[in-house]
Design a protein around this ligand. Structure first.
Ligand SMILES: O=C(O)C(=O)Cc1ccccc1
Length: 315
């Protein structure tokens, strides 16, 4: 059987577009729509697919709660790829329905958050409804006797379900982009490319003043730049938070590996989520101020020096 890839469906979502960008050569019939982020994770964990694509964060709305909850609390998976997709929203309705007729609009919560101003200005009396994806909204609008008058979705979503575009470009932020991740069952991470990202969740078990600074310092002192830091409740009670962190670099790199070890040594519990190529492919080093000796070569040189003095070579 050819490889199978899950995505947040039904057909016509931004997640499908992300999967097609990641795997442009995937044969027809290998992409499996799953209704709900949780269903994508379940398909991956149960081995029904090789991997799956889900949205992780948006440049306007931030983290996608359902995805983050799975990464924190669900059975372990690993991120092996990412892709950033520009998102453009269209308002779709059944043929013959005009803007003035629209009273009930369905879409994904992240789409709603990014079209709020447009909807308030153009459909001030319409009620909005959150559904599992933008394409699920389009599909529901297309059903005879639908409870919704319109859907905010991707162009491919509305067209797929035979709807007509009432208004295009209904997003409030023209440069909005969403970052999607490809998750697989745990295994060795893809080889370093020189432009990678490492994701993990940190749980501070011994809470004390400065605990988060100590954690962050493991990265700062080794010159590792962080690209995302999000605190999320662990589910273990009020005030119990964990930290979802993305860092530049690969676990195979000395400075990233040492920062992860450093966290462990200070008593932070770490759920490693993977090292994978960065979608932007940016290899330019993050400027360090003040300049520090934190390149990978510097780490290896220091390691060789330690080995030498341990062996008595102090020449
Ligand atoms: O619902 C979709 O199409 C998705 O893939 C999730 C989503 C929703 C809004 C913006 C980006 C991704």
């Amino acid at each position: 059987m050819p490889n199978q890839y899950a995505y947040l469906g039904p057909a016509g979502t931004f997640s499908e577009a992300a999967l097609r960008t990641l795997l442009p050569e995937a044969p027809v019939g290998t992409m499996v729509p799953c209704i709900g982020v949780d269903a994508v994770f379940t398909a991956v964990r149960e081995g029904r697919v090789d991997g799956g694509v889900v949205p992780l964060e948006n440049s306007v709305e931030g983290g996608v709660t359902a995805t983050i909850a799975e990464l924190i609390n669900g059975a372990p998976v690993m991120i092996t790829a990412e892709v950033a997709v520009p998102v453009e929203f269209t308002l779709f309705a059944r043929e013959g329905v005009a803007l003035a007729d629209i009273k009930r609009v369905a879409t994904h919560p992240h789409a709603l958050a990014q079209c709020r101003d447009w909807l308030a200005a153009n459909l001030p009396d319409a009620e909005t409804y959150s559904v599992s994806s933008t394409a699920a909204a389009a599909q529901a609008v297309a059903e005879p006797g639908s409870q919704y008058d319109a859907a905010v979705s991707a162009r491919i979503g509305g067209e797929r379900y035979g709807l007509h575009a009432v208004a295009e470009g209904v997003g409030d932020h023209s440069a909005a982009a969403t970052r999607f991740i490809y998750v697989e069952r745990p295994g060795p991470p893809p080889a370093p490319t020189g432009a990678d990202r490492t994701s993990f969740v940190a749980f501070i078990s011994d809470d004390h003043p400065g605990a988060l600074i100590e954690l962050l310092n493991q990265f700062a002192m080794r010159g590792v730049n962080l690209t995302r830091l999000e605190s999320r409740p662990t589910g273990g009670g009020l005030g119990k938070y964990c930290f979802c962190i993305d860092a530049e670099g690969h676990v195979e790199e000395a400075r990233v590996g040492e920062a992860l070890m450093g966290m462990r040594r200070i008593g932070t519990e770490v759920r490693f989520l993977g090292s994978y190529p960065r979608a932007d492919g940016d290899t330019s080093p993050t400027p360090l101020r003040p300049p520090r000796r934190t390149s990978n070569d510097d780490f290896h040189e220091a390691e060789r020096w330690l080995t030498r003095i341990r062996s008595g070579d102090v020449s």
